[in-house]
Design a binder for this molecule. Structure first.
Ligand code: 13P
Length: 319
């Protein structure tokens, strides 16, 4: 069942975080639904501009609707990831999305507010909620690339002003993470002091953590052992840190790269170990199984496993 992102935030805030995963195809969608139904966890499906272009808008919607029928127990929201103003309006007008992200974080502060404000007005009239971004994450996200020296943590006072003036419903904050597989060299930790300062100024307001893949070293090693050439020093976020960030208001956690690593490892190992195979369904089945297990395990770290009953109860109480 598709629900509003705001309804998920209300039940999750301070207790658990909702995993937000990007999908581009049938296999990712199947793994996502299967894993979360097993985990009894709510989730957010994210569609990026790139995914909408790759698979086609109607195709992605059809895949999600079909999964909805196959997995009637699933409770989730559908979200546009890193939208520009035009794509936000397309999604709002389609009536299919629970929420959109307007990413104007590369604009100067006042312009970011003005653009976000316009999207908020149109979105709220259609009962769609809006995620905005303030601060600058490093790394590569589709066509946006920010080098580390230009990355900038979110300023807590600015965050408060931004939320008040823009009217957004959640805020993606830069708190030490970055997009993509090449996040950090050496041990990296979230900036908990910064998150706490933001929460102090915005109590009860949902914060979103982008760039939250863990880039597991064993995954990178297996990919490289099967012919890949990924940087073995790549590091991501320690998933055990989610539990510390959740009481500080982190309510949505975006994970994309780790799923791509599962895909790469499964396919590289399969083609290496079964060189005679040319049936794409064989690695496809393995991927769906492994991806389902991956998101199930993540939901434990996000403390969202086994929360579906309380989510249902809270949704019913709101009706
Ligand atoms: P990762 O690259 O860490 O998976 O982050 C994805 C993301 O933030 C999508 O918006």
């Amino acid at each position: 069942m598709i629900v509003t992102t705001s309804a998920l935030y209300r039940v999750a805030y301070g207790r658990f975080a909702i995993g937000a995963y990007n999908i581009n195809n049938l296999e990712q969608a199947l793994g996502l639904f299967r894993g979360h139904v097993q985990a009894k966890a709510p989730f957010i499906i994210q569609l990026s501009k790139g995914a909408r272009k790759y698979a086609g808008v109607r195709m992605l919607e059809a895949i999600i609707r079909a999964c909805d029928e196959e997995f009637p127990e699933a409770i989730y929201a559908v979200h546009l990831d890193h939208g520009d103003e035009k794509t936000c309006y397309d999604c709002i007008d389609s009536g299919f999305y629970s929420s959109v992200m307007i990413d104007a974080s590369h604009e100067v502060f006042e312009e970011n507010i003005a653009i976000t404000r316009r999207v908020v007005e149109r979105a709220h009239a259609a009962n769609v909620s809006v995620e905005a971004e303030l601060g600058m994450l490093g790394g590569v996200e589709e066509d946006i690339s920010v080098d580390e020296k230009h990355a900038m943590l979110t300023d807590p006072d600015e965050a408060k002003r931004f939320v008040e003036l823009s009217g957004c419903d959640s805020l993606a904050v830069a708190i030490g993470t970055s997009h993509g597989a090449y996040k950090f060299s050496g041990k990296q930790s979230l900036h908990f002091d910064r998150i706490a300062e933001i929460q102090k100024r915005l109590p009860g307001f949902p914060l979103v953590m982008h760039g939250s893949s863990s880039v597991p070293q064993e995954e990178v090693a297996r990919i490289n052992a099967a012919g890949g050439k990924l940087d073995p020093s790549a590091r991501g976020v320690d998933a055990d840190e989610f539990a510390r960030a959740i009481p500080l208001g982190v309510t949505k956690v975006n994970i994309d790269t780790d799923g791509r690593l599962v895909w790469t490892r499964v396919h590289r190992e399969h083609l290496r170990d079964d060189p005679k195979n040319f049936d794409f369904r064989k690695p496809g089945e393995i991927f769906v199984r492994e991806y389902a297990e991956f998101v199930r395990a993540k939901s434990e770290k996000l403390l969202s496993a086994n929360t579906l009953e309380s989510v249902q109860a809270s949704l019913l109480a709101e009706v």
